[in-house]
Design a protein around this ligand. Structure first.
Ligand SMILES: N[C@@H](CCC(=O)N[C@@H](CS)C(=O)NCC(=O)O)C(=O)O
Length: 214
């Protein structure tokens, strides 16, 4: 049995839970982080010295943190190709898109844009900073658009670990009040993700708990 430590509103927890859902694995999830606390306790820091969520325990194995590492652990142990191929070149093709998405899309969106729009009181919002962050994200979304025009998923035609690392922020990207360029392939991709039951269950969740008001 898997135990996940982390609140449902965390984008990284959402990525992990979506992955667990796609792989059909049994789990229990314990709320931790943000309003739930827990992450500052010595017991939690012993699992993850960073005090961040998610953390995964698989049975009596050692705790694992870093969402990408956890997803790869689960994929290696419980999934088969094409989700995360065993063979080097095939795996690298998935990993290059997974890493690319984590570094450029999720890090470029979550703190610079989502936090500034949702987790910042309206009176303290900085429209110029939001505009600059969107301008920085746009070229990477253009790369995604070109890639998604060639195949149904980020790393080709098959749904893979790269889609989890990329797609989990798209609900918030399309939901929050920001200007978005017209990208038909990206929109088609997102609409397809939104038909997947584990995506609906673990990613398409209210983020009102995070909203900061004046
Ligand atoms: N690089 C880490 C980042 C983990 C992280 O920053 N998690 C956030 C939530 S998305 C967190 O723990 N925030 C503090 C909190 O929730 O209390 C990963 O990918 O797992």
């Amino acid at each position: 049995m898997l135990t996940v430590w982390g609140r449902r509103t965390s984008s990284n927890v959402q990525a992990l839970m979506w992955g667990i859902g796609e792989l059909g694995l049994p789990y229990r999830r314990i709320d931790a982080g943000h309003i739930h606390g827990v992450t500052d306790t010595p017991a939690f820091r012993a699992m993850n010295p960073n005090g961040t969520v998610p953390v995964l325990l698989d049975g009596d194995g050692d705790p694992i943190w870093e969402t990408g590492a956890i997803l790869r652990y689960l994929a290696g142990r419980y999934a088969a190709a094409p989700f995360w191929p065993a063979e080097g070149a095939g795996r690298a093709r998935i990993d290059q898109w997974a890493e690319w998405a984590k570094i450029n899309i999720t890090l470029g969106f979550t703190a610079p844009i989502f936090w500034r729009v949702v987790r910042t009181a309206p009176s303290r919002r900085d429209p110029a900073a939001i505009e600059a962050a969107l301008a920085k994200l746009d070229p990477f979304l253009d790369i995604a658009e070109a890639q998604l025009a060639r195949g149904a998923c980020l790393a080709g035609d098959d749904f893979t670990l790269a889609d989890i690392q990329f797609g989990h922020v798209l609900f918030r990207y399309f939901d929050i009040a920001i200007p978005r360029r017209d990208r038909p392939a990206l929109r088609r991709y997102y609409d397809a993700l939104a038909t997947r039951p584990p995506f609906r269950e673990h990613v398409m969740l209210s983020y009102e708990e995070l909203r900061v008001l004046d």
